[in-house]
Design a protein around this ligand. Sequence first.
Ligand code: ACO
Length: 427
Amino acid sequence: MSDKATLQYNGNSYDFPVIKGTENELAIDIKKLRASTGMITIDPGYKNTGSCESGITFLDGEKGILRYRGYSIEDLAEKADFLETAYLLIFGELPTEEQLSKFDQDIKEQSHVDEDVKKILDGFPKSAHPMGVLSSLTSALIAFNPAFVNVSSEEEMYNAIVRILAKFPVLVSWALRKNKGLPLDYGDNSLGYVENIVKMMFRRPNQEYQKNQIVIDALDKLLILHADHEQNCSTSTVRIVGSSHAGLFASLSAGISALWGPLHGGANQAVLEMLEAIEADGGDTKKYMAKAKDKNDPFRLMGFGHRVYKNFDPRARIIKKAADEVLNDLGVVDPILDIAKGLEKEALEDQYFVDRKLYPNVDFYSGIIYRAMGIPTEMFTVMFALGRLPGWIAQWREMRLNNEPIGRPRQVYTGANLRPFVDLGNR
Ligand code: ACO
């Protein structure tokens, strides 16, 4: 096989190196394209464009494979916990017992959020969307922590990572508690990372907190499944913001905003709202299937389709099973689950969806589990952000350690050519 690709244009021929990843993915290296040909490529949505070389996550959309640092998502979801997975993603190897215990302890030591941050939270109306609150508070943390990280200092890098992993769950719980009108909580450092999050979110004043292991285990699994997904919209945002050497927290805050949209992380909220709307409309799934296929109707079947997975989303398989188990274990009977199953069955047999390779994605079922846990719908995307945090950190760290250049795409200009200025009175 040739290790170069040849471009022919206007009677000239140009060679470009072909590079190969460790899973044999091929890419034409066009770093010198513009310098040698005067041309650029155009690829809206970056459907064919690799923005970096990365050693963090591998996914094969055709085969439905997802691996973090070489470990399959199925193994991690079954055998690892979220903190171990976070360590693996960020630092590249599964932690030893000693490393994990130090990591856990270091995070606990940083789990205090400055009281003044509460004043910022106070400024938000109760009705504010928790994703907006989370993005703002993550950015606000910059004022209370070192704004920039000296990336050539391993210690500074480690401290920044530990700080955000420690404080982010507090912000997540505050976003929820604000929304519910509950007093803010700082959690309990004697608990594990995920157990502490559950307690911070759900503890009620004047009521003893009852631990629910089913909820803790289900959340742990969901967070692992969401922990990284290579160069998706929010991760690319984190990398591109960080490429200007903006600090870690600033880059993460931008990533949270990118995740918010319904075509990305916001899909889990949109799925639940769609299922509720179908239920309220009499549960006629066929009507909504028809709407999804009608090109004159902007309605899309939320939770279906994926930019990369064109066979199945391996996370959706794991979640579907988990949804059944969690609802069963918690004794929840939810008509929404029946509507979801009905829609899935119809879509998988429908020619429109088959032809376009549209399968349920990770968010088709995650909202059902969150709902069974008692998490309000507007918080679903916040839970996604909580899970994605280690992935964003790992990608930001890799980008900075690789000393990647500032992200700055080009364009093909299609506006007006030079024209004379027209005075105000003559327009
Ligand atoms: N319902 C109906 N039709 C759809 C859907 C859907 N959910 N998704 C894609 N299509 C159709 C498109 O209309 C298009 O049809 P056409 O070829 O006849 O024009 C075709 O399938 C290809 O769709 P694109 O939008 O070009 O695919 P793309 O890769 O750009 O989009 C995306 C992927 C954004 C996920 C899309 O499938 C979608 O909007 N899904 C619903 C939102 C969603 O669930 N997002 C979560 C993604 S997972 C995540 O971020 C964690």
